[in-house]
Write a protein that binds this ligand. Structure first.
Ligand code: CUA
Length: 345
């Protein structure tokens, strides 16, 4: 494992790590400067203004506006520079670029389960290409974990029942640490692994060398059939008694309680586990819960299947589906309810 030229500083291997380090050096520099300044002045004053005779009384001080303004404005400028600089890095780090490759990460006591969008699975190892943007979509099977990649200067909680993301672009091939940074039980300290950064061509070979595995989207499609989602959401997700799933991911959803939200991983998961929580306008809360029937990994598969569904034939899928698309789906359902619940506005 390579280390930096400064002791205790991990290797810097992502596009953001240099900027994070620069901010840290600035913070350390400011701290060091004021520590030395204050202790130096302190020692100097202790000697210079020491009591020289037992009856000495100091001159009264009436205050100075100039001095008070100075020691308010200078710290303000310094504090704001830290804030603005930190916020810039924070925003860049929390806004995932659109074209990032997605990799799913599931934390579990006490291992990291990783699945690539092509289907490759890894445990406690994460292979990534250098020079490409990678988005990690993370969830937990049990308790709170935290995925920490020190060489990339990124770290985020991995929570049960929620999806968190982080992104990075590795800059140089090599093997780097991967840690769990949230105490999660007995073997927390053993919940470690490696992130292996490869040249893009090596990575593509690695990825295709293992192509027999099923991609999460294909596995999700099979779950979509076997769990019976198909009977209400349509054979290709075009909708029916339930809302259309084609083109759902990332678009606006209108709910019966007049709320509007953007369909993301968390919304889809909630709609599978607790369907009545957020009912789409124009539909009745008839969907049963699938809580406990789908594992976190299967949820990821269903979500990647839904992500893979594209809108066909320019069907506007932002509101309840057009009446034409509902008839075949409803007819194909053995126990179809007499009238589909639609009131397109
Ligand atoms: Cu997982 Cu600590």
């Amino acid at each position: 494992m390579q280390t930096s030229w400064i002791p205790f500083i991990p290797e810097s291997a992502s596009t953001i790590s240099g900027r994070v380090d620069a901010l840290y050096f600035y913070l350390s520099g400011v701290t060091l400067f004021f520590t030395l300044l204050i202790s130096g002045v302190l020692i100097f004053f202790v000697i210079k203004y020491r009591r020289r005779s037992p009856f000495e009384i100091p001159r009264p001080i009436a205050g100075s506006h100039k001095l008070e303004t100075l020691w308010s404005v200078i710290p303000l400028i310094i504090a704001m520079s830290m804030f603005v600089w930190g916020a810039q890095i924070y925003f860049e780090n929390s806004r995932t670029p659109k074209n990032a490759n997605e990799i799913y990460v599931v934390g579990k006591q006490w291992m990291w389960k990783i699945q690539h969008s092509t289907g490759q699975r890894e445990i406690n190892e994460l292979h990534v290409p250098a020079g490409r943007k990678i988005k990690l979509i993370m969830t937990s099977e049990d308790t709170i974990h935290d995925l920490f990649l020190p060489a990339f200067r990124i770290k985020a909680d991995v929570l049960p029942g929620r999806y968190t993301t982080q992104w990075f672009e590795a800059t140089k091939p090599g093997t780097y640490h991967l840690f769990c940074a949230e105490y999660c039980g007995m073997n927390h300290s053993g919940m470690i692994g490696s992130i292996i950064v490869m040249q893009p061509t090596d990575f593509d070979n690695w990825l295709s060398g293992n192509a027999s595995q099923q991609s999460p989207a294909v596995a999700g499609q099979q779950l979509y059939q076997s769990l019976g989602c198909v009977s209400c959401h349509g054979a290709t997700g075009e909708g029916g008694r339930g809302p259309a799933l084609a083109g759902l991911f990332g678009r606006k959803v209108f709910l019966t309680n007049n709320q509007t939200l953007t369909a993301d991983e968390g919304y889809i998961r909630e709609s599978i586990e607790n369907p009545s929580a957020k009912v789409v306008t124009g539909f009745n809360p008839i969907m049963p819960t699938f809580q406990g029937q789908v594992s976190p990994e299967q949820l990821i598969q269903i979500i990647s299947f839904i992500k893979s569904l594209q809108i066909t034939g320019g069907q506007a899928a932002s509101t309840p589906p057009a009446a034409t698309s509902t008839a075949p789906a409803a007819a194909a359902t053995p126990n179809a309810v007499a009238t589909p619940q639609h009131n397109p506005k």
